[in-house]
Design a binder for this molecule. Structure first.
Ligand code: SAM
Length: 182
């Protein structure tokens, strides 16, 4: 099973931030969590060439309804159609959170600050696309994650680093994990 999905233990409380059509959500559910919160605003945003750009023309209501329908019989799943930092949870509630929403530097940093206090001691704050950049921003998740880890004196794990720098700027699909120890 793919890292960092294999860090999920049976009956964990998990969240995926940025869900799109719920493909990764299915893989998370295969790990048998007790609860999975799916958080996505499913709105068009004013970026160029992202799956949720206005120009891309995806029907966000249709995608949202498809996800609702896909998981309607799974009582472990709770869907939050909201911006990632507007969703309120208790502190130290989650065992595992996966950040894969807006990949811009500022948005990733906001997500890290919002979700880190919500992770239990011994839990994991993970995310995707560590080295990703696009035409909208030259600074994506990597500098945000690196900054967050440095100022909070945390330990960062990054895998798939062999993809870094091979034709793409930092590569794609490179997950990161921050383990919470306090
Ligand atoms: C890369 S896709 C998620 C892919 C998904 N995790 C998967 O593996 O299939 C990014 C998603 O983040 C959502 N998104 C972007 N900005 C967001 C925000 N500020 N709050 C919540 N969701 C956001 C978009 O609507 C989009 O569905």
């Amino acid at each position: 099973m793919k890292w960092p999905l294999n860090l999920i233990k049976k009956d964990d409380i998990c969240a995926e931030v940025g869900v799109w059509k719920g493909k990764t959500s299915e893989l998370i559910l295969d790990m048998e969590p007790k609860k999975l919160h799916l958080i996505d605003c499913w709105i068009h945003q004013n970026y160029k060439d992202r799956m949720y750009s206005v120009e891309f023309g995806a029907d966000m209501d249709e995608i949202y309804n498809m996800v609702v329908n896909k998981f309607k019989d799974d009582s472990r799943v709770e869907i939050h159609r909201e911006k990632s930092i507007d969703v309120v949870f208790p502190e130290k509630y989650f065992d595992w959170v996966y950040i894969d929403g807006d990949h811009s530097f500022e948005a990733v940093l906001e997500d890290l600050y919002h979700y880190y206090p919500l992770i239990k001691s011994g839990g994991y704050l993970c995310g995707d696309d560590y080295g990703w950049v696009d035409v909208n921003c030259s600074r994506g998740p990597k500098p945000a994650v690196d900054y967050f880890v440095k100022v909070n004196n945390l330990e960062l794990q990054v895998r798939n680093t062999e993809n870094l720098g091979k034709g793409e700027v930092w590569g794609k699909g490179v997950p990161f994990v921050i383990k919470k120890n306090d």
